[in-house]
Write a protein that binds this ligand. Structure first.
Ligand SMILES: *Cc1c(COP(=O)(O)O)cnc(C)c1O
Length: 362
């Protein structure tokens, strides 16, 4: 046994397992396992990455000023209340370290994003889940799970992997029901895919108080998961805290430049949104026609639920899809062992998945 012992909680962490990108012996892979944007990055973002390559000997702007200005202009938000991170995962981790510790609880929903318990345990805090209703966050059940020890409530809105969302009214009701010492983190990683009138990414909920933060990412609709870029919109007091605990140069210069270019390419974002909506609807209908249960999703992925019958279950389906070179995501770790999560990709990719599922169902 080693004499070194990590902080309490660390050895309770189940390391995050990302979507795989290779199958041994298979050359042509269709990867629909990590909710990466269907059409890749904007060509402007790629050009920006290339243009910054020669400057990588310089340290980046630690404050991400140009990027925050660009995001602020695009979404009508005050850049002074934004903090950028190496992916929103970094910001989720920093919020836990800054606001939760040993003896504290970090609350999230039953099928919520798995980075929340990882970040909570890293901070020494205890992750706690509240039940959902119909695969959707339930404000009353979340509020009922709040205790004197609760420090942070994470809500992915819309949620990964369920693809469901809460209306702005429900978010406001959640905020109103939380004690003032609890930080509400609205993780709006998929916000850009929605145009539902009752939905908002949460900016106004942030503005309404001192203890709500919204996190966003460039990893999904903007197709920059490999660049690692996310941002948080915060009350000034929280922005100040995040700026104290983050590394001084936490966002690489190429990622900042790519982010500025991506946020400026509205046409590309609209194209990804339209494409995703069209092929999500098509895929959902096709999978349902095969007799599979597919809950309605507003994101760039859907859950496909399989019968709990050996040979026809999610595990068998996953094995079959892999034999056809298709990688999707198993959901056992999210408490949904009967489901596979399929990211919406290009047209040819979605047609290939449906063809393989039809063969499997046969
Ligand atoms: C993908 C995802 C993120 C984004 O993570 P990054 O670190 O920004 O790549 C955050 N939250 C949820 C719910 C996600 O699905």
């Amino acid at each position: 046994m080693s004499a070194l012992s990590p902080q309490p909680g660390v050895m309770q962490i189940s390391p995050y397992v990302g979507g795989e990108s290779a199958i041994p012996g298979v050359d042509r892979i269709i990867k629909l396992a990590s909710n990466e944007g269907a059409l890749g990055p904007s060509p402007h973002a790629v050009a920006a990455l290339q243009e910054t390559a020669g400057d990588v000997f310089r340290y980046p702007d630690g404050g991400c000023q140009a990027l925050r200005d660009a995001i602020g202009a695009r979404f009508g938000l005050d850049p002074a209340r934004m903090v950028c991170g190496a992916g929103s995962d970094e910001l989720i981790g920093l919020l836990c370290r800054a606001y939760a510790g040993a003896g504290d609880e970090v609350l999230y929903t039953e099928h919520g994003f798995l980075m929340y318990p990882i970040a909570a345990k890293t901070a020494g805090a205890t992750p706690v889940t509240a039940p959902e209703t119909n695969l959707t966050a339930d404000v009353d059940k979340l509020l009922a799970a709040v205790t004197a020890r609760t420090r942070i409530v994470f809500i992915a809105n819309p949620n990964n992997p369920t693809g469901t969302y809460l209306s702005e009214n429900e978010l406001t009701r959640l905020r109103a029901g939380l004690p003032d010492h609890v930080l509400l983190v609205i993780d709006a990683a998929y916000a850009e895919y929605l145009d539902h009138p009752d939905y908002s990414a949460g900016e106004r909920v942030v503005d309404a108080g001192d203890n709500v933060v919204m996190t966003r990412t460039f990893s999904k609709i903007f197709g920059l998961g490999g660049a690692r870029l996310g941002w948080a919109y915060c009350p000034p007091v929280v922005a100040d805290v995040l700026n104290r605990v983050r590394n001084p140069f936490n966002v690489p210069a190429p990622a900042q430049a790519a982010g500025v270019a991506a946020i400026g390419d509205r046409e590309f974002m609209e194209r990804v949104r339209a494409h995703t909506g069209q092929w999500r609807a098509w895929f959902t209908a096709e999978a349902r026609a095969l007799g599979l249960e597919v809950p309605e999703s507003v994101c760039n992925f859907v859950l496909v639920r399989f019968p709990l019958e050996a040979g026809r279950d999610a595990e068998a389906a996953d094995t079959f899809l892999r034999s056809r070179g298709i990688i999707v995501r198993r959901m056992g770790a999210y408490g949904l062992p009967d489901s596979l999560r399929v990211t919406i990709g290009r047209e040819d990719e979605m047609r290939a998945v449906v063809a393989a599922l039809a063969e499997f169902a046969d």
